[in-house]
Design a protein around this ligand. Structure first.
Ligand code: TRP
Ligand code: SF4
Length: 333
């Protein structure tokens, strides 16, 4: 199996703070499925990262951990070809986080744009905590524990990756070359908007979830906002400003996309017809995932078994890395 890979390792993770939606599929997960064929992939369900913001009400995290594993299996992550695990099962991440924290200057963390942004934006939680401040150091530990070469992430994570690279350089300067500098693999597909046109997010209530039933998908598609200038069926529309069209780009055939693009601009097609086509394509794309989800859920103990198997594989790699790190940092084995 090793021979099919080019020897490079990929690591990425998600925070289990909610159900996965089609934005995650198009923006990240479809790409992960492709990466499994080329690289030695490790995919982490980062429950400690979830705690940095959900610490006051942690009760739903374990449910979302499980749901995430089910969704990942359903969309085609294959435990025979990649390693799926839960972050908190691998205590080495926490030890590496602690050891890295010794060498990370405070100024570097203060400069990470997500730090101030999130503190300001997230009004209903107090994020002035030590844990939240160290979020990108923990993320760096996730990557370095596996000596990750590539990290598929969205653009919003690039500053975290830059920090990880800086930490690697400082580590190398102080103790020698233990870690490769991880490179971001930015997912090519544009972000999918939510059904109200804003960023798709469960907290906005505008998401289409991978676990949604077909009836609920249909309702959401028909609720989607369209070009606001197109008030009546007779008005021509502009697909470039229409969220429905962004979805067509992700889920419809080239011919259909071209047809919608043309006929919307000339009022040849109405928004209801346009949404009808999208709905059909979305159902076709998501039905296999939903069936697979059900199949995974029907196999009692399957998810637990996959996560346990993943933890054993992950632990082995992370333990070997930590042995090296302890050695160069002069702490007991
Ligand atoms: N911070 C990432 C996010 O919010 C999640 C994450 C945690 C991650 N650890 C990681 C991503 C390691 C890449 C690598 O999306
Ligand atoms: Fe949007 Fe389609 Fe209506 Fe054009 S026809 S405005 S692309 S929903």
């Amino acid at each position: 199996m090793e021979s099919a890979l080019d020897g490079k390792r990929v690591l990425s993770g998600f925070r289990p703070t909610g159900l996965l939606h089609v934005g995650h599929l198009v923006g990240a997960l479809n790409n992960w499925v492709q990466l499994q064929a080329r690289y030695d992939c490790f995919f982490a369900i980062c429950d400690w990262h979830a705690l940095t913001s959900e610490y006051a009400e942690p009760s739903s995290i374990s449910r979302y951990v499980r749901e995430m594993a089910v969704d990942w299996l359903a969309i085609g992550l294959d435990p025979e070809r990649c390693t799926i695990f839960v972050q908190s099962a691998i205590k080495e991440h926490s030890e590496l986080h602690l050891l890295l924290s010794m060498i990370v200057p405070l100024g570097w963390l203060e400069r990470v744009p997500t730090f101030k942004e999130q503190q300001q934006e997230v009004a209903n939680r107090d994020l002035h905590t030590y844990g939240f401040f160290g979020y990108p150091v923990l993320q760096t530990a996730d990557i370095l524990a596996y000596k990750g070469n590539f990290v598929p992430v969205g653009e919003d994570q690039l500053s975290h990756l830059e920090l990880a690279r800086e930490i690697v350089r400082r580590f190398r300067h102080l103790y020698g070359p233990v870690f490769p500098e991880p490179q971001a693999l930015v997912t090519p597909m544009a972000r999918l908007p939510g059904i109200d046109g804003r960023k798709m997010s469960k907290s906005y209530g505008n998401a289409i979830f991978l676990s949604d039933e077909s009836e609920s998908i249909r309702q959401k598609v028909f609720q989607m906002i369209t070009d606001p200038q197109r008030k009546t069926r007779k008005d021509p529309g502009n697909p470039e400003v229409c969220p429905v069209f962004t979805f067509h780009n992700a889920f419809s055939s080239k011919e259909e996309v071209a047809m919608v693009d043309r006929e919307c601009r000339t009022a040849g097609i109405g928004c209801r017809d346009c949404k009808g086509i999208l709905n059909g394509n979305l159902l076709t794309a998501l039905a296999p995932h939903r069936e697979k989800r059900q199949a995974v859920l029907d196999r009692k103990g399957f998810v637990e078994e996959i996560l346990e198997h993943g933890a054993v594989k992950a632990r082995k790699v992370a333990a070997a890395t930590l042995a090296e790190v302890r050695e160069v940092m002069g702490v007991a084995p």
